[in-house]
Design a protein. Structure first.
Length: 184
């Protein structure tokens, strides 16, 4: 049974066999992939503390990357409580952004609104005439983003999506029910 975050903060962390294996891993990089609430952050924190305590690395030599700002801050704070020293912890995006900035690479980060505007200005360059009605380009882009957002979140590759479409075309998968919109 999953333990809530509030409960897990008051109870000591007791790793299972797989978590212990990750904590005790010493040589080379390590990637921890697991679902929400499975103890990834605790595993990483205890691994970092163990590496420092056993002299395999100093806290200043550790780079802990995660997906959320909250998890990066939590790792930094919890390791600091265990070791009395801070580590470098950041999101993958923040770390890579800073790395590119230090390399003096000229670039900009597009958020979804920026991308929508960019695509709206260049929709004709995409040769999607079959799919886009001239009078409803904005709605097409809204629908495209609504379709792609969960695919991005679930790490569905273009190849996997193409396979899915082929299964639909062959009748091997049911066609999902369309969501109708109410227009006022």
């Amino acid at each position: 049974m999953a333990v809530s975050k509030l409960q897990s903060l008051s109870a000591p962390f007791l790793p299972d066999d797989r978590q212990r294996e990750a904590i005790e891993h010493v040589h080379g990089p390590m990637l921890v992939v697991a679902g929400a609430g499975t103890g990834k952050t605790s595993v990483l924190i205890h691994r970092i503390a163990r590496l420092a305590e056993q002299g395999h690395a100093t806290p200043q030599e550790v780079l802990a990357l995660t997906y959320t700002v909250a998890a990066a801050g939590e790792m930094r704070d919890r390791v600091s409580k265990l070791l009395g020293k801070k580590i470098h912890s950041a999101t993958f995006h923040d770390y890579c952004y800073a790395l590119l900035k230090r390399a003096k690479r000229d670039f900009a980060i597009l958020d979804e609104k920026d991308l929508w505007i960019y695509l709206r200005k260049r929709i004709h360059d995409l040769h999607l005439e079959h799919y886009v009605r001239a009078a409803n380009v904005g709605q097409f882009l809204d629908d495209l983003f609504a379709l792609s957002r969960p695919l991005h979140d679930e790490l569905v590759t273009p190849e996997k999506y193409a396979e899915y479409v082929q299964r639909l075309e062959r009748g091997e998968s049911p066609i999902p029910a369309s969501r109708s919109r109410r227009r006022s």
